[in-house]
Design a protein around this ligand. Sequence first.
Ligand code: ATP
Length: 234
Amino acid sequence: MLEVRELVKHYAAPGGETVRAIDGVSMHVDRGELVALYGPSGSGKSTLLKLIAAMLTPDSGAVYVAGRNVSALSARDAAQYRRREMGFVRQEIEVMDGASALDNATLKLLDNRTGWRRARKQVTPLLIELGLKDRLRHRAEQLSVGERQRVLIARALSTKPSLVLADEPTGSLDGERSHEVLRLLTRLCREHEVAMLLVTHDPQAAAYATRVHELRDGRLREYSPERAPALPQS
Ligand SMILES: Nc1ncnc2c1ncn2[C@@H]1O[C@H](COP(=O)(O)OP(=O)(O)OP(=O)(O)O)[C@@H](O)[C@H]1O
């Protein structure tokens, strides 16, 4: 489903230096798989996600989604690819205060020109599946951090994307909530046949992932649990 081939992205830094942000990365994620990507700050995670989301053009190599080279899309087609084929789950701050959980979850469908009524009808079962049945009409600021995160997951899945990129989705959650979200993501991934790439610092994610990669200085390394942050003692 997602195939990253020999991807290279270097930045020109002040002083004429070159930052090798992504330096020859190849990987793949199949439908129904959740692949975790660990990496310290500055290792190139955001750059890799932006390349996969066609928000950046690689210096060389390419990203294929369902066999299509998304690195070669025009800006307009890239925007359409992001709206229709891809879901992005980021930090829960992207939930809009003042709007209900339901309306927040419809935003991506509205962006895709789905009518307001139909959008609400489409996301309701998803929100229920995510355990928010009794929170549909609560305003975002009345939701817990974990609930806001689940609204974002519903929004990302609302357009039935084949690929979901999750950037630190458990970053602001405590241990138990983080387990809950990871469990949910794994299940949704399997049941909705989505290919999911999860960028995380959360050591718990490895237990839920089909495969785990580690990014260091723009290159994929074999994942070593010893280098990952320690699991909390239970
Ligand atoms: N526009 C840019 N111009 C120059 N250098 C950049 C640019 N964007 C990122 N970099 C550099 O590229 C490297 C990778 O950055 P990136 O943001 O991809 O890392 P990251 O793993 O997402 O980090 P973090 O976890 O801190 O967000 C870093 O050394 C960063 O300073």
